[in-house]
Design a protein around this ligand. Structure first.
Ligand code: NAP
Length: 311
């Protein structure tokens, strides 16, 4: 028995990840899409969300892979229509709107899942297990990628709610908040903003850790050559490096292999499996810690203007 799901916003991440994950899953049937300018072969497409919700009562679950700015209104309509809702990261444009969605979902008795795909990367669970009994001295996040390669033509990323370099940076913080046993909070930040854009192209963040360990992040969208998505933790029992966005774990330069408890591989297949379980358990999963840290950077961050960014 498969469950019908509708996917909203047929763009880059829908095509790269959501559609293959849904299609390959024994749990789900891609029963409809909602997209103003795109379609998926052999799947009924709607250009209007409310029309889909009205005409397809047989679809109990909606997955939103649109950018964060318009997501709240779509999620609110879906919850009001009694549908379970899955949100791409970051879960919304502001904390308060996601908190309202949580309340609406609770009141309606539906499942709301604020996904963090990077937490499902292959070795994140192993890193969490390894760090669980170590004393942390220093943790450095280095997240440097080429915006032209990964976000071609995506003007929304440079507008309010688009988050700029924090759009990938929040993935690093979703991992760090998952693998560190202790909570961190932001102490200071420096945001580098192109003079023709609204959001940062680079940022340095400095966090406070309860033991006094140094915790820092360096995010940069101007990385033309080697792409770096690394979390390095120096501890009392060695140096851990989680590289390639959480895919590979090394301790003192040796690859560490800890078997994942989930036999399913791939970030998005795991997200869709998680969603299936949440609905089965009548539960929700909304962890706002990564987004809180990023929004604190917008509050506390020093602004440094830089050259205009021309794509
Ligand atoms: P995208 O391709 O620019 O947008 C996805 C689709 O959303 C668009 O094709 C568009 O479809 C629809 N859309 C755009 N603006 C809209 C608006 N104002 N109102 C309604 N629909 C709108 O973006 P993306 O890269 O897929 O990213 C979407 C989300 O996934 C973001 O939150 C991002 O952080 C997350 N994500 C992206 C990646 C990645 O590698 N790109 C990876 C992981 C997660 P129509 O015009 O057809 O309606």
């Amino acid at each position: 028995m498969t469950t019908n799901i509708a996917l909203v916003g047929i763009g880059k991440i829908a095509i790269d990840q959501h559609i293959p994950a849904i299609m390959a899953s024994p749990d789900w049937e891609l029963a409809a899409t909602v997209s103003r300018n795109n379609t998926v072969k052999d799947v009924e497409n709607y250009t209007d969300m409310d029309a889909m919700l009205k005409q397809r009562p047989d679809i109990p679950v909606v997955s939103l892979s649109i950018p964060p700015a318009p997501r709240y209104e779509y999620a609110k309509s879906a919850i009001a229509a009694g549908r379970h809702v899955m949100l791409e990261k970051p879960p919304g444009a502001s904390l308060s709107e996601v908190q309202i969605l949580q309340d609406l979902a609770n009141d309606a008795g539906i499942s709301l899942y604020a996904t963090w795909h990077s937490r499902e990367a292959a070795d994140v669970a192993a890193a969490k297990q390894w760090l669980s009994d170590k004393k942390l001295h220093d943790l450095t996040i280095t997240w440097k990628e080429d915006v032209r390669r990964w976000h071609p033509g995506q003007e929304w990323i440079w507008q309010p709610a688009g988050m700029g370099v924090f759009d990938p940076g929040i993935n690093a913080l979703s991992i760090v908040t998952e693998i560190l046993p202790d909570p961190i909070h932001l102490r200071s930040a420096n945001l580098v903003i192109p003079k023709n854009k609204q959001t940062p192209i680079a940022a340095d963040l400095d966090f406070s850790h309860p033991s006094g360990a140094t915790v820092r992040a360096e995010f940069d969208f101007r990385q033309p050559e080697e792409q770096i998505w690394e979390i390095k933790a120096t501890t009392d029992a060695g140096v851990m490096r989680l590289i390639d966005g959480g895919a590979k774990l090394f301790v003192d330069d040796e690859r560490l292999s800890i078997k994942h408890t989930n036999p399913l591989s791939g970030e998005y297949p795991r997200l869709y499996q998680n969603m299936f379980q949440l609905i089965a358990n009548s539960a929700s999963d909304v962890d706002l810690r990564p987004m809180t840290l990023i929004l604190d950077a917008f509050t506390l961050g020093n602004r440094e203007m830089t050259d205009a960014f021309i794509e």
